[in-house]
Design a protein around this ligand. Structure first.
Ligand SMILES: [Zn+2]
Ligand SMILES: [Zn+2]
Length: 400
């Protein structure tokens, strides 16, 4: 699919507030400290750093701690100021940050995995630390004792992990492109179901516990919204990125989804609109509009002395059509297509300008993105990239 974004110049864009550049290597995860002008970062260069904004507007490290191995992931709980750091060695280390964020005290350390920890997630309500590793395992530990409570073998290594406190379901997104839903007990877990929809690996997950909606982002450039709360099995695709999706954040009070991709693209999706599911692609041996045979339909080609044509599909109605009957392109925002896709001539005529009104805004962070974090109280977005730079954005102009 020729996926080209033609963004119109945005008058309202995220405002770059600060850049933090001091890491020796990629910052794998960084979070904004709520209500503080502060950032916590963990990096491939083995450091855990706490950055506080000083007079003059620059961010300076108030904590600079070197770990025994590269830091691959992190989870920070602002209420308890508890920091869980996952490392390349498979170890998870926990720290407590002081109230003024000038000191970090080690609490616990344990071997959670046999390989690099890919995601770590602290769940205060359960006193659990959930983690996944390149050893293809999902484990959960007691955050008080450091004792392992349970584990589960995943089919592939995991890059997205979310947890629903209310029902104790874990959402595990893996490299094969599927999301497994696990029901967790104190020391055991059971697979409930699997969501399959991506053609590339799952790179990010985001859970909205209020609407009960799960968003999955993938290296196939798409995002899927799995409507669990709706109870009808609706899955809506969001197509707007030109590169692999690297991070997803949901803003509940404005019902917007922020997604970022490795080419630096930031998209703010309005989720307060009703989108339709994309249709199943229909099978046919001839064009469902002009009835010309497709190239494998030898019988009809022979009978009617016509040349076989290549099959295409209209993204709006799902019909199998020839190239001539689907020569036009259109965006279909209400089906999640924010860039132009193939539609049959009939559907093209039925799409009005009103239907084409974008339901998302497109922005450029001007650096490749590996990780994002959104802090809703002050409407700040953090992006970090392989350029070793952390950028802080004021999202007020676009999140409202
Ligand atoms: Zn045709
Ligand atoms: Zn059509």
């Amino acid at each position: 699919m020729a996926a080209e974004i033609h963004p119109k110049p945005q008058t309202r864009t995220p405002v770059l507030l600060s850049k933090i550049e001091a890491s020796q290597d990629v910052v794998n995860t960084a979070v904004i400290i709520p209500k503080e002008d502060g950032v916590i970062s963990v990096s491939e260069d083995r450091t855990v750093r706490v950055w506080l904004k000083r007079d003059g507007g620059q961010y300076w490290p108030s904590v600079h701690h070197t770990m025994p191995a590269p830091c691959s992931c992190m989870s920070f709980n602002p209420e308890t100021r508890r920091l869980s750091v996952g490392m390349d060695s498979g170890e998870v280390s926990e720290f407590i940050l002081s109230e003024d964020y000038n000191k970090m005290t080690p609490a616990l350390s344990y071997q959670a995995h046999q390989g690099r920890v890919t995601v770590v997630l602290f769940v205060l309500e359960m006193e659990w630390v959930l983690s996944t590793g390149q050893d293809k395992s999902f484990t959960w530990h007691c955050s008080e004792s450091g004792q392992q409570l349970g584990s589960y073998r995943t089919t592939s290594w995991v890059s997205g992990l979310q947890f629903d406190v209310e029902t104790r379901h874990a959402f595990v997104g893996d490299h094969s492109g599927q999301v497994t839903i696990l029901k967790l007990e104190q020391d055991s877990c059971n697979p409930v179901t699997t969501f399959k929809g991506h053609t590339g690996s799952v790179t990010a997950l985001c859970w909205d516990p209020v609407q009960r909606v799960l968003f999955s982002g993938s290296s196939d450039h798409s995002i899927i919204m799995w409507d669990i709360g709706g109870g009808k099995g609706t899955a809506i695709e969001l197509q707007g990125h030109n590169e692999k999706v690297q991070g997803l954040c949901y803003v509940p009070h404005t019902r917007q989804l922020i997604s970022c991709s490795s080419d630096g693209g930031i998209i703010v999706w309005n989720m307060d609109v009703t989108r339709q599911e994309t249709p199943e692609w229909l099978d046919s041996d001839s064009c469902q509009r002009c009835e010309q045979p497709f190239f494998w339909n030898f019988k009809q080609m022979w009978d009617s002395k016509r040349i076989g044509l290549r099959q295409h599909h209209c993204r709006k109605c799902g019909q199998a059509v020839c190239g001539k009957c689907s020569s036009k392109r259109s965006t279909i925002p209400l089906m999640g297509f924010e860039f132009e896709v193939r539609v049959c001539d009939c559907c093209h005529d039925s799409i009005t300008d009103e239907d084409r009104a974008p339901t998302a805004t497109f922005h450029d962070s001007k650096h490749s993105i590996v990780h994002v974090h959104f802090e809703p109280t002050r409407c700040r977005l953090l992006t970090s990239g392989p350029d070793k730079v952390i950028k802080l954005w004021d999202m007020t102009p676009v999140v409202s």
